[in-house]
Design a protein around this ligand. Structure first.
Ligand code: S3P
Length: 182
């Protein structure tokens, strides 16, 4: 993702729709690092959308592809990596991401995510009669897994994307992951 060896790998994890890709892209720009989105890499590899692949091959097959892409991306050096919301389901992914980089959990409530995603037709897990109930159960299952994987937790709540990016930069500075800005 990037060439300079001292640069960090920053990994964003969290529920679908918590802002991993949007925040990740802006964070990468502010840090002058490369950006990758594991779902995009997976779709390039599959040659079709994740939704189509889910429908055709099922979730387990998707998780196998996801695991192998995460293995590659977590070894790819520095940059900012946005991941799919279910990446933490497999212990091997949790371990790889935590070891390879500085993992940041963008923590949103199911209600916040529902407000953002209620018209979304691309996320296979949310194409159900009651997507809010689905999000609540995903949150219950995954919140402990995101916490276990993350080095930092950022509550997404109300702040704008630039504010969230500043909050992340501040955390990374305080932890000595990136140099303090003048
Ligand atoms: C998934 C989230 C999606 C994508 C796939 C499965 C999940 O990514 O990886 O549809 O299990 O929550 P986003 O978090 O970017 O929506």
């Amino acid at each position: 993702m990037s060439a300079r060896s001292a640069d960090p790998l920053i990994v964003l994890i969290g529920l679908p729709g918590c802002g991993k890709s949007t925040v990740g892209r802006q964070l990468a720009r502010r840090l002058g690092l490369g950006f990758a989105d594991s779902d995009h890499v997976i779709e390039q590899r599959l040659g079709c959308s994740i939704r189509d692949y889910f429908e055709r091959e099922g979730e387990a097959a998707f998780r196998d592809v996801e695991e192998s892409v995460i293995q590659e991306l977590s070894q790819a050096g520095s940059g900012v990596l946005a991941t799919g919301g279910g990446v933490v389901l497999r212990p091997v992914n949790r371990q790889r991401l935590r070891q390879a980089g500085h993992a940041i959990y963008l923590r949103s409530t199911p209600e916040e995510v529902f407000r953002r995603l209620r018209h979304d037709r691309n996320r296979p897990l949310l194409q159900v009669d009651d997507p809010l109930a689905r999000l609540r159960s995903l949150f219950e299952e995954r919140d402990p897994l995101y916490r276990e994987t993350a080095h930092f937790v950022i509550e997404t709540g109300r702040p704008s994307v630039p504010t969230l990016v500043n909050m992340i930069l501040m955390q990374l500075e305080l932890a000595g992951v990136i140099p303090a800005r003048p």
